[in-house]
Design a protein around this ligand. Structure first.
Ligand SMILES: C[S@@+](CC[C@H](N)C(=O)[O-])C[C@H]1O[C@@H](n2cnc3c(N)ncnc32)[C@H](O)[C@@H]1O
Length: 293
């Protein structure tokens, strides 16, 4: 009965096709990817539901009210699933082709950091593939780093370490330490994003590259009326990103919809020159800003 009803849902939603007798269902090849999106999106919607009451209280507070991801650690499982299911090829499709010479440098051996790495999905893959390079992953939340370390241990990786750290105040010892720094979907979530960008600049070697992969919506609200992707991002931002960042009176609370123009302005203010911008193959709102020190 459940299968019948689920197939009916997918058929009336035109995700799958159905014959005239309503007994034979078929998944067209060009729709197969939709299932990945549906499985991940349904878990995000579940997060909206479980956070609803807490977020409602935050909205009603006179002072900023927020809710860190670590207050509801299952968020990290959903974020991981996005990288494992939808973004499984991100290194080869969105990261390496966008940064000139990065592949060669990783093969020769460079120092890499990913800030806000959560469960370390990207970093562990990189560490396993580029054995001559060394990788540091950090996140302000300690819970996802447990998973990141476990995965690294299972894979026997000797060239990756994970530490709890705040990207807005990175240790002085990391000054000019890294050749390449990566953040994905982190900067718009921060309490003090400009400080974080300044810190990233400080930690790169002269000439080093910062890959900021982030939501880069163009056109703001008026340019995106009735755009389903924009609706998705505004919702995610209300339930996850604004609560994550809006935890101090002086929080920037940019949210996922901060927009590509502001992103460009802020990396430039930190001292970077953007040498390339590429849009993700799996999400037209996710942009890889390649920034040079
Ligand atoms: C939207 S998640 C992205 C996680 C991961 N990069 C990915 O691509 O799935 C944002 C991450 O930034 C981390 N974060 C938030 N504020 C931070 C801060 N001040 N310093 C370091 N990490 C922070 C969160 O704990 C979370 O893991």
């Amino acid at each position: 009965m459940y299968v019948r009803e689920i197939l009916g849902t997918l058929a009336v939603g035109e995700v799958i096709s159905v014959d005239d007798s309503a007994t034979q269902f078929h998944v067209p090849d060009d729709r197969k990817g939709t299932f990945d999106m549906i499985s991940v999106s349904s878990r995000i919607l579940q997060q909206f539901g479980s956070r609803y009451d807490s977020i409602k209280e935050c909205v009603q507070l006179k002072n900023p009210g927020g809710m860190a991801y670590s207050q509801c650690p299952r968020v990290f499982d959903v974020l991981k699933e996005i990288l494992v299911v939808v973004k499984k090829d991100i290194i080869d499709t969105d990261i390496l082709p966008s940064v000139p010479l990065l592949l060669t440098q990783l093969e020769s051996g460079i120092n890499v950091a990913e800030f806000g790495c959560a469960t370390g999905v990207i970093l562990n893959k990189l560490a396993s593939r580029f054995k001559k390079s060394t990788f540091l992953g950090s996140d302000v939340a300690s819970e996802p780093l447990v998973q990141a370390r476990e995965e690294a241990n299972i894979k026997g990786l000797q060239n990756v370490t994970y530490d709890t750290d705040n990207i807005e105040t990175i240790s002085e010892s990391f000054k000019e330490r890294f050749d390449w720094i990566l953040t994905r979907e982190v900067i718009h979530d921060l309490t003090h994003p400009q400080e974080a960008l300044n810190e990233i600049y400080r930690c790169l070697k002269p000439g080093g590259i910062y890959s900021m992969i982030d939501v880069g919506i163009e056109g703001g609200i008026t340019g995106n009326i009735a755009n389903p992707s924009a609706m998705f991002y505004y919702s995610v931002s209300s339930f996850l990103c604004i609560p994550e960042s809006y935890r101090k009176p002086d929080s920037a609370a940019l949210g996922a919809t901060w927009g590509a123009p502001l992103a460009r302005e802020m990396v430039a203010k930190a001292g970077f020159t953007i040498i390339n911008e590429s849009v993700s193959g799996t999400d037209s709102f996710e942009v890889h800003f390649v920034c040079k020190k």
